[in-house]
Design a binder for this molecule. Structure first.
Ligand SMILES: [Zn+2]
Length: 312
């Protein structure tokens, strides 16, 4: 039975309870890669449901949000089952993380999450406008006992045990606007909303033609992306001086929310990206499952020894 709707305050990171959307939230738009138009409806769900994409029409079966359902992480994160796929889930997931949504059915008429303005802010605003419902059950954050990392040539992403969710991100690309920039952010909800959610996706003008030929960025434009020219920006409305760096943090937060739970870790990323983030998510999930199993075995062993001592 549903409890009475209760709208929560904006600060949800570090929250203690599971939460869902209070009423249906409609997100309409165009996919940046497929150019497909359609809608996704976020629907309330019971505690323990998790985050699930539900297809309509020929899209059969559910796709749970999990790094183990990730099929591609080159230009964006694609989740899929044997029957269908949903692309570019990361910006919606970052907004879900900021709003503290742990349980939600995301019913979709399309194979890609709409790009909206290229950031996570419009998703977040729609979720908050509809309200967030406290489900009254505790939401345990994922806590690491040891560091976990993924290294690929000169790129890496490391998760260090920490009491808070924190990111140190460094980018260094051969472009005058993207050389050697670093930022460390403690990611409480306020920082996320002000410093991360508004940062838009970005791309290089020199890659546009090639990506279009490969069937990508069919829905991309200056309305939903920051475009870098050889020595500057094509847009004249940057939201932050370091918008691209902040968007990399946004992507990382969204990618790690594939885990579906808040993460207490200090993430240190250098020139990382979706595929590294997904690999890190898989490692974290596996490591935590192993830790939990070890703890359970310890408890069983302690109980056995206590039983032997008392002669039960
Ligand atoms: Zn992105």
């Amino acid at each position: 039975m549903m409890t009475a709707p209760k709208t929560l305050p904006i600060d949800r990171i570090g929250r203690e309870n599971r939460a869902t959307v209070d009423r249906e939230v409609l997100i309409e738009g165009t996919g940046i890669h497929t150019g497909e138009k359609g809608r996704i409806t976020l629907k309330p769900a019971e505690a323990g449901t998790g985050l699930i994409f539900k297809g309509t029409g020929s899209r059969i079966g559910d796709i749970p949000v999990s790094p183990f359902y990730a099929m591609d992480g080159v230009q964006a994160v694609t989740l899929g089952n044997r029957h269908w796929q949903i692309k570019t889930v990361e910006h919606l997931l970052c907004a879900m993380a900021a709003a503290g949504i742990s349980d939600c059915i995301m019913e979709t008429t399309m194979g890609e999450v709409p790009i909206l303005d290229g950031s996570s802010l419009p998703f977040y605003e729609k979720i908050i406008e509809g309200g967030v419902r406290d489900l009254g059950e505790p939401m345990e954050a994922l806590q690491l006992s040891n560091p976990v990392w993924v290294i690929e040539n000169d790129r890496y992403v490391v998760a260090l045990p920490s009491d808070h969710f924190k990111v140190t991100y460094t980018i260094d690309y051969p472009h005058p606007m993207l050389r050697g920039q670093t930022m460390t952010l403690g990611l409480n909800a306020e920082n996320l909303i002000e410093d991360v959610l508004p940062a838009r996706t970005f791309g290089f003008l020199r890659d546009v033609e090639e990506l279009r030929k490969r069937g990508l960025i069919q829905g991309g434009s200056l309305d939903n992306a920051v475009v870098l020219t050889e020595d500057g920006y094509l847009n004249d409305d940057l939201r932050f001086e370091d918008e691209c760096l902040r968007h990399k943090i946004l992507d990382l937060v969204g990618d790690l929310y594939l885990l579906g739970r808040p993460l207490k870790a200090h993430i240190v990323a250098f020139r990382a990206g979706h595929s590294l983030d997904i690999s890190l998510g898989k490692k974290i999930q596996t490591r935590i499952a192993m830790d939990e199993l070890a703890t359970r075995k310890d408890r069983i062993e302690q109980a056995r020894q206590a039983a032997v001592r008392t002669g039960v």
